[in-house]
Design a protein around this ligand. Structure first.
Ligand code: HEM
Length: 492
């Protein structure tokens, strides 16, 4: 009886709190804004005309004279204006940090890691990471890790698959497994073997996926209070998030403990071992490495998926990639990092693929003090300001009237790769917080694309299907990338 009474009281308390929070959120988040854009956002009526939210934003941004729009209900100003991007990422960098809201959303998962840090802590980690990643030995290690995974897992797996007639393979899943193996080996020196032929379910990969997905979901609630209350009561998605973080932490702590036991005599080349020479704090080390896993896992899989979807419809581009490789490598495997740099056309293809399908479609900062963007948009302190890379890649004002055409030649001048300003193409971000894994990403994506195209013909299983994206931190095709693969005749 006492227990029953207690439950009834608890239900009333929760109902009361929910009512209070609901009213508070309603007032705080301005859900009642009646402007056309907010109405379409709140009622999801945009989805009658557009498959993806990013396509609707692109449409709005294209039609805005300043190339900037406001979603009042989210207190979010979204821009695809190159001058605004330069302003927030470089000119007034200090006024546009990631901010406390973002730190809180990813704090449980990423702790104080570089991805989630601002100010001194970020500066220190960035300096340390730049030093390590810039070393020649680190590049050779990355090349070695990537090529081991290609030769010993990716190619054998796809070869055996190509011999099964009419079978359909989800390449996105293959790429996710591939990139998780690579980034774990690179960051921890640990091999989860996700791309083994049996397609094993790795506890770490499952927990890591869940933690990233549920952390991203926090950002989609109308107010942080929603997930904070759920966390307080340890219920629903917040309970699952805490459990998955626990699994990731247990794993990271074990690797760090083992590495500490071995001491500095083991001569490992991975990032963790390198960072261990500068700090011994296990929780700090854990945070740094988890940030790298997040940064380098889904982004690579996403860029490969988008690019392969495009290439499967561009036989002429595929032929040119093969022809260039024939000249540079004599159709043999790459032997060093430098050889990849000679493939200018391939580099242009990779850049063009990410222009149309950026792995990170948008990126937000929080404005510290009232400000005015170069296009005249007033930004109130505390507003979220987002630059939209996906929309920027599809702007006529930036890329010309053929902006929707896949055209690698736009990146070449006399056959040599020519880089545009990163403020026009902020795929790896730009300014002071530019991606630290850019070189490694290009190495990885180019190596995979080349190895696949040299050995296989790849066709889409559903060529007429337009990609639908799943919500999350990184662009993911909701229906995967189902393909049929055929071994090329005469290839050794
Ligand atoms: C195609 C692949 C990749 C893309 C498109 C990409 C893109 C980005 C973007 C947009 C950011 C800014 C994120 C933010 O501040 O919120 C970023 C930051 C970062 N990326 Fe990448 N990334 C890729 C791969 C990688 C890889 C493989 C690594 C690791 C080896 C890496 C390491 C980092 C780090 C450490 C940061 C944080 C930099 C800082 O805050 O100072 N990224 N990346």
């Amino acid at each position: 009886m006492v227990i029953e009474d207690a439950s009834i009281i608890l239900v009333f308390i929760i109902l009361f709190i929910s009512l209070f929070i609901g009213t508070f959120i309603y007032c705080k988040t301005r859900v009642h804004c009646r402007c056309e854009i907010c109405h379409a956002y709140v009622t999801s009526s945009w989805s009658f005309e557009f498959v993806n939210l990013c396509d609707w934003y692109t449409h709005l941004l294209k039609n805005s004279p300043t190339k900037t729009i406001h979603i009042h209900v989210l207190n979010n100003t979204i821009t695809s204006n190159q001058q605004n991007v330069e302003y927030m990422l470089k000119t007034r960098f200090e006024n546009y940090p990631k901010g406390k809201a973002f730190n809180a959303i990813l704090g449980d998962f990423l702790g104080r890691g570089i991805f989630n840090a601002d100010g001194e802590s970020w500066r220190f980690q960035r300096k340390m990471a730049c030093l390590e990643l810039g070393k020649m030995s680190m590049r050779s290690y990355a090349f070695e890790v990537v090529n081991y995974e290609i030769d010993h897992r990716l190619i054998p797996l796809i070869t055996s698959f190509s011999r099964k007639e009419h079978e359909v393979l989800d390449l996105q899943d293959v790429f996710r497994r591939f990139s998780f193996d690579v980034i774990c080996k690179f960051s921890f020196g640990y091999d989860p073997k996700c791309l083994d032929e049996s397609f094993p379910l790795s506890d770490l990969a499952v927990a890591f996926d869940l933690a990233s997905r549920l952390s991203a979901q926090r950002a989609m609630t109308p107010s942080p209070l929603v997930w904070k209350i759920k966390r307080l009561f340890n219920v629903g998605s917040e309970k699952r998030l805490q459990e998955s973080i626990k699994t990731v932490n247990k794993f990271a702590q074990e690797v760090i403990r083992q590495r500490n036991k071995l001491g500095c005599c083991c001569n490992h080349e991975d990032l963790l071992s390198r960072f261990m020479t500068t700090t011994k704090d296990p929780s700090y080390l854990r945070d740094i490495v988890i940030s790298f896993l997040l940064a380098g896992r889904d982004t690579i899989a996403s860029s490969l998926t988008g690019l392969l979807w495009l290439l499967a419809q561009q036989p002429d581009v595929v032929s040119r990639i093969r022809a260039e490789a024939l000249i540079v490598t004599q159709n043999k495997a790459m032997t060093c990092f430098e050889q990849l740099r000679e493939l200018h056309y391939l580099q242009a293809v990779v850049y063009e693929g990410m222009r149309l399908f950026p792995p990170i479609q948008f990126n937000s900062k929080f404005c510290l003090q009232d400000d005015v963007l170069p296009d005249g948009t007033f930004i109130k302190k505390g507003t979220r300001v987002t630059y939209h890379s996906y929309a920027m890649g599809r702007m006529e004002t930036i890329w010309g009237s053929d902006c929707l055409v896949f055209k690698p030649e736009r990146w070449l001048k006399d056959g040599v790769f020519y880089q545009e300003t990163p403020f026009k193409y902020p795929i790896f971000q730009a300014g002071y917080r530019m991606c630290l894994g850019k070189e490694m990403s290009l190495l990885e994506v180019k190596s995979v694309i080349l190895s696949l195209l040299q050995r296989f013909d790849i066709e889409l299983a559903h060529p007429t299907l337009t990609p639908r994206f799943s919500p999350g931190l990184t662009a993911t095709f909701a229906d995967g990338l189902p393909v049929r693969v055929c071994e090329r005749r005469g290839h050794t």
